[in-house]
Ligand binder design. Structure first.
Ligand code: AMP
Length: 308
């Protein structure tokens, strides 16, 4: 039996060896619950000149999350994932309660893709009573449209937790998904307002084979609805196809008609400037345009978008 040993900055790894009887052992994903322990470890790594890439998540991990961590791993020395279901960004108590939590599976999958550090703090570590973590920034019209209009307070809570996690982790690069297009724009704006050196990287949307954008909430879809939800992406592709040739309202109407199904409820479709996120009337006048949608399938709220 043979295994390769690799001593890295984060510890000792047993590498896969074609001749080995032990196929895969990885011993060195560090798990932290406490801010002080994580900070101590990351400070040590950074003092050796290592770079840190960070992907904040709410867990129930899928390939979309893993794509961020793979990119972090490819571009930085150390990849860090946080798993924290942030109560301050939920404007609906039952959504918070029903949010899937799969910590043991998440840890297994992160270990498998060689993530270096996972941070799984309790609420009291992220929001200690002694610390004022409220963020006094104004995202102006970036935060009043689309998700901002339908989920009051959501972006304040989201920005608060991302800012707090960045303070804790002190990454060089922050990896976030295009899946949450408006969230990305707001965090980018936040870093700009804070004059931060952290580089934010937008990672493409990872989809199921049938086009459904991966989301932790997808597991809550009833099987009949699961069959139907790929229509959202199909309708978005149609939007993109129509974009240069048809008026915006006609494009939106076509999208709404294609999702006019029992148990589906379109919350919004917006065709917006890719940077300001304001609704556009003439697509050709804009450098980048994004169509963003939120759709209820039964009691599950799905969001998706397409850039053109
Ligand atoms: P969440 O756990 O839903 O808060 O998502 C954590 C991060 O993963 C965010 O930056 C999301 O935009 C990103 N993400 C979620 N789903 C996907 C996906 N299907 N493709 C790419 N990134 C995603």
């Amino acid at each position: 039996m043979s295994v390769n040993l690799r001593l890295t900055s984060t510890g000792l790894n047993f590498q896969e060896d074609p001749d080995a009887k032990i196929i895969f052992i990885h011993l060195t994903m560090y798990q932290f619950k406490k801010v002080i322990d994580l900070q101590h470890y990351i400070t040590t790594l950074k003092s050796k000149g290592l770079t840190v890439g960070f992907a904040p998540t709410m867990g129930a991990l899928h390939e979309g999350h893993l794509s961020l961590l793979r990119m972090a791993k490819a571009e930085c020395d150390i990849s860090v994932c946080s798993i924290f279901v942030n109560p301050t960004q939920f404007n609906d108590d039952s959504d918070l309660e029903k949010y899937p939590r799969t910590i043991p599976e998440d840890i297994a999958i992160l270990t498998k893709i060689d993530t270096d550090i996972v941070f799984i703090p309790p609420v009291s570590e992220v929001y200690p009573p002694s610390l004022d973590t409220t963020l006094k920034l104004d995202f102006a019209e970036l935060a009043t449209v689309m998700e901002g209009a339908f989920r009051p307070g959501h972006f304040d809570g989201m920005a608060q937790v991302v800012n707090r996690l960045l303070d804790i982790v002190q990454p060089d690069k922050l990896y976030m998904g295009q899946k949450d297009y408006q969230q990305f724009a707001i965090v980018q704006n936040m870093l700009h307002q804070l004059d931060s050196d952290i580089k934010i990287v937008r990672c493409p949307i990872i989809r199921e084979a049938d086009g459904l954008a991966m989301s932790s909430r997808n597991v809550r879809l009833k099987s009949e609805l699961r069959q139907q939800v790929p229509r959202i992406y199909q309708a978005l592709l149609k939007v993109k196809e129509m974009a240069p040739h048809f008026p915006v309202q006609e494009i939106k109407d076509t999208f709404a008609e294609s999702l006019d199904l029992p148990e589906f409820r379109l919350e919004y479709i917006e065709i917006a400037d890719g940077e300001t996120l304001q609704p556009v009337t003439n697509i050709e006048e804009h450098k980048s345009v994004v169509a963003c949608v939120a759709v209820w399938a039964g009691d599950v709220r799905l969001i998706d978008n397409i850039l053109f």
